[in-house]
Design a protein around this ligand. Structure first.
Ligand SMILES: *Cc1c(COP(=O)(O)O)cnc(C)c1O
Length: 411
């Protein structure tokens, strides 16, 4: 057979089997128990439809596309100024944060940007992640050759910072001199948050150790607690060390429409190996203008409508809807005698398995006994073992029924 030189990093990555294994076990259960009413609290996708203000804005944009005078072809790679201005005003300046529209890059979602950001860093960079973690951070670094070799469920060049019951789900600062640190708050999968003082420790660490923090705040809209920062740039000097990733997916139901943005502040300047100061924003702009042709005009008009007064109210009601579900789930698991965190500032409840039961065993138990689909915590990293994640993204009725089943169970 002819051979071809492939990217060996891809060949080293273990098969990602978390959601496919969940799907396979659920399919098997349903075929054996066709009468069972299975409720999914598993996958992190939303269920509420797109808010009317957004739908109307996209209809108008579609009509513009159908007429020669208002047609839009290729747009600016960085995103249309109308959307970047709306973001800068509502998500930053209104919160007293000095972020400029020029620092904002519109994309087709946070996942792409989180994966692509590695393009502007060397494959020699050392990476630290909290554990359990959104798998995209680890796998994209493995693809880029930064992760080393997989050993016992971990990559040997990545530093894992465990968030466990013992440390109150506040991971320790790195000890292995990383260059790049991934933080996700509110956290997926644990649903936990960092206070302003706790986040400040990370920013201070990054300044002192010349690291870049990738701050994923996809769940920012779910924050209710007052002392929890919505943006890392609320912390003094964070604009010198942090790139922030945001998404309209969980905030406004854009999981299918696809739109998000990344903030690379002008102040984020590091010295390269020759001692020259480099502005990361310039590199990211170069990367985007070369490899990305922008998010769709129609979708960006839809995203802009999130910031209209109707849009803010309607999407706010959707977030409240899910958070009511989260509150109900948290109450149910606790009244069933289980320990849990999250569910207050995030649409996820992180549930400790009963004594002596591992993540997959508890997954099977919840499916077999209560006909509920969860996500095994071990799929998010070694420190996720012994937990399952429940999502608040199902409908009110299905979540209420799931909560009743959990309350009636004995663990
Ligand atoms: C859902 C999610 C995202 C958003 O991804 P999109 O590509 O914008 O849909 C990013 N980070 C985390 C942790 C998520 O759970």
């Amino acid at each position: 057979m002819e051979t071809i030189k492939l990217n060996q990093n891809f060949l080293n990555i273990p098969e990602s089997y978390l959601f496919s294994e969940v799907a396979a076990r659920v399919a098997k259960f349903k075929s054996e128990h066709p009468e069972a009413e299975v409720i999914s609290l598993g996958i992190g996708d939303v269920t509420r439809p797109i808010a009317p203000a957004i739908v109307e804005a996209m209809h108008r944009a579609v009509d513009e596309m159908g007429s020669a005078e208002t047609f839009h072809g290729y747009g600016p790679e960085q995103g249309y100024p109308f959307l970047r201005e709306a973001i800068a005003e509502h998500d930053y300046r209104n919160r007293g944060i000095d972020i400029n529209a020029d620092d904002i890059f519109i994309s087709d979602g946070a996942k792409s940007d989180l994966g692509n950001i590695g393009d502007i860093f060397s494959s020699a960079c050392r990476v630290a992640v909290t554990d359990p973690v959104y798998p995209v951070y680890v796998d994209t670094n493995a693809m880029a050759g930064r992760a080393g070799k997989p050993v016992d469920g971990k990559w040997d060049r990545i530093e894992y910072l465990p968030a466990t019951e013992a440390n109150g789900f506040i991971p320790p600062l790195p000890s292995r001199q990383p260059d790049l640190i991934y933080l996700c708050y509110p956290n997926n999968p644990t649903g936990t948050v960092l206070t302003r003082a706790q986040l400040k420790e990370w920013v201070d660490f990054a300044i002192k150790n010349h690291c870049v923090i990738f701050f994923d705040s996809a769940y920012e809209a779910y924050i209710h607690t007052t002392d929890v920062p919505h943006s890392i740039y609320e912390i003094e000097d964070a604009e010198k060390v942090a790139i922030e990733f945001r998404s309209f997916s969980k905030r406004a139901g854009f999981t299918g429409l696809r739109c998000g943005y990344t903030v690379v502040p002008a102040a984020l300047q590091l010295r390269d190996s020759r001692g020259e100061k480099v502005q990361l924003r310039k590199l990211w702009l170069r990367r985007q203008t070369t490899k990305f042709n922008g998010a769709s005009y129609i979708i960006q008009r839809g995203a802009e409508a999130i910031y209209s007064s109707d849009g803010l109210r309607q999407t706010g009601e959707q977030v409240d809807y899910y958070m009511h579900n989260a509150e109900r789930l948290l109450q149910a698991v606790r009244s069933a005698g289980l320990e849990a965190v999250g569910g207050v500032d995030a649409p996820y409840v992180w549930v400790r398995c009963p004594q002596g039961v591992n993540s997959w065993e508890f997954f099977d138990l919840l499916l077999g006994e209560l006909h509920l689909v969860s996500t095994p915590g071990s799929g998010f990293g070694p420190a996720g073992e012994g937990y399952v994640r429940l999502t608040a993204f199902n409908t009110r009725e299905a979540t209420e029924e799931a909560a009743r089943r959990i309350e009636s169970a004995k663990f």
